[in-house]
Design a protein around this ligand. Structure first.
Ligand code: CS2
Length: 472
């Protein structure tokens, strides 16, 4: 049956926010909070979205007037809503100047970002801008940038030259101290271009940190029919998300200009760090552990992985024995109850979150998700097994000898190191020597336990190795 194309029911709200990196996550999380904040308290906070890479989302939602469907997928069924908060989508590589002009428009007060860990072009182990990064090298010698830090700096330079106030930079990526990381890379780049600009940004700019949470798998072709079944419209790019959501925001905006996020349920706080650490280590850390081990054991999704009691027991053990003891609970938060909720979220059968998707970009994710917990120095056989599973995974061959499609900015280096290492101990040592991931003290401490874990994965397989840690 031919369904009518989804279209907008009301004029687009005037833009007050530019969003860099318009993927499924922001459309299912930040954009919904902004829409609800405007519905509750008003304000011109429409969103001008920008894709820094591909035109795919723009091409899909432009014919719909930038409206799209958000499907909340819970164990008891799906519910759809139509979201109309996006006012236009620009594709940066097609016309970088148009994006700079949009960011420099005085009506824009906030630039939000979901550019993933690697989009900050920083060294994950130190947090500093990687001045050797190809996009940063490009942005240093060209006025039309490619990178997120490049767009932020060039647009802030225009605002300064025009006597405008800076916009607030609101990072919504899964990095600890994401505001400080964003500030650091922007200042590093600005300093290299114009120290006076860096001084102005440092004094006047604001980079609040945030903790963002909602499980939003990449939309699959079958999801289009799932959405249109609920709405009776054809939407070329719906998003599917779990019911749970959380957004904790450091309340520090330029001139206090922001939507009424609290009206949409966001927590406005002075100190985000305890929330970030809890989420990165308890959710993202176990997500990555389950992704590598689950993938090696032949599981396609997280829900499928934790449906196996061995993996469910494993993840609970990670929380209680290895991760929670390293954390300071955020105000009014019970970490044991948080872990219980996480397991229920992982078990949600309506969410097909692929282990392969979460396994992407491990070189950028491991430090804050897993190594930060290991740095506390507690005995952590489960997390060591997860690090070993990442090492098996990036070697590019699964337990049945089939090739793995490894996606990582340093995938080629990882593969080269693995191929050149004849024994388990050599391979572990070669990967531990990557200083952009492993600090020297962690590398030294992990050599023996991770080699043992790697050997056990290679000899008895992922599921049996996971089971072994339950009896430790
Ligand atoms: C996941 C996250 O893809 C991944 O690496 O761990 O996207 C995770 O689903 C979100 O952070 C949940 O808030």
């Amino acid at each position: 049956m031919d369904l009518p194309r989804l279209s907008r029911s009301a004029p687009a709200p005037r833009a007050g926010i530019v969003h860099l990196g318009l993927g499924a996550f922001f459309r299912a999380h930040g954009a919904l909070h902004v829409a609800e904040a405007m519905a509750a308290s008003g304000g011109d906070w429409g969103i001008l979205g920008a894709s820094l890479q591909s035109p795919r989302i723009r091409d899909a939602i432009a014919p719909q007037g930038y409206a799209y469907t958000a499907v909340e997928a819970g164990p008891s069924g799906d519910r759809a809503r139509i979201v109309e908060v996006i006012n236009i989508v620009l594709v940066a590589p097609e016309d970088p100047q148009a994006l700079i002009d949009a960011m420099a428009n005085p009506a824009i007060r906030i630039v939000t970002l979901t550019v993933t860990e690697k989009g900050y072009c920083h060294n994950p182990a130190t947090g500093a801008l990687n001045l050797g990064h190809p996009d940063i090298c490009h942005d240093l010698s060209n006025s039309l940038p490619r990178s997120a830090p490049g767009f932020l700096v060039r647009a802030l330079a225009v605002r300064r030259a025009q006597g405008l106030r800076p916009f607030t930079v609101l990072s919504c990526d899964n990095l600890p101290h994401n505001g400080a990381v964003a500030r650091g890379v922007v200042l590093d780049l600005a300093r290299a271009l114009d120290p006076a600009l860096a001084g102005w940004i440092g004094a006047e700019g604001r980079f609040p940190s945030t903790m963002v949470d909602r499980i939003v798998p990449a939309t699959q072709p079958a999801d289009l029919a799932r959405a249109s079944h609920l709405t009776s419209f054809y939407d070329a790019a719906p998003v599917i998300h779990e019911p749970f959501r959380q957004w904790v925001i450091e309340d520090d905006f330029v001139d206090n200009a922001r939507p009424d996020f609290a009206a949409a349920g966001a927590q406005m706080v002075h100190e985000v760090a305890p929330f970030e650490l809890m989420k990165l280590r308890m959710l993202n850390g176990t997500h990555s552990a389950l992704a590598y081990l689950g993938y090696l054991a032949g599981h396609e999704t997280i829900a499928e992985t934790v449906a196996d009691p061995v993996f469910a027991g494993f993840v609970q053990r990670l929380w209680t024995q290895e991760i929670i003891p390293t954390l300071t609970p955020p105000p009014a938060t019970d970490l044991t109850a948080y872990a219980t909720t996480l397991l229920v979220r992982y078990q949600n059968p309506a969410i097909r979150h692929r282990t392969w998707q979460i396994a992407m970009d491990g070189s950028q994710k491991l430090p804050q998700r897993i190594l930060a917990t290991l740095a506390a120095g507690r005995p952590s056989p489960g997390l060591c097994l997860a690090v070993a599973a990442w090492m098996r995974y990036v070697g590019g061959t699964d337990e049945h000898g089939q090739p793995i499609d490894v996606r990582d900015p340093i995938a080629t280096d990882l593969r080269r190191l693995c191929d050149a290492a004849p024994t388990a101990a050599d391979r572990v040592a070669a990967l531990l020597s990557l200083r952009s991931i492993f600090a020297p003290d962690i590398a030294a401490r992990l050599a023996a336990p991770v080699t043992a874990a790697y050997t056990s994965l290679a000899t008895i397989g992922a599921r049996a190795a996971v089971q072994e840690t339950l009896h430790d």
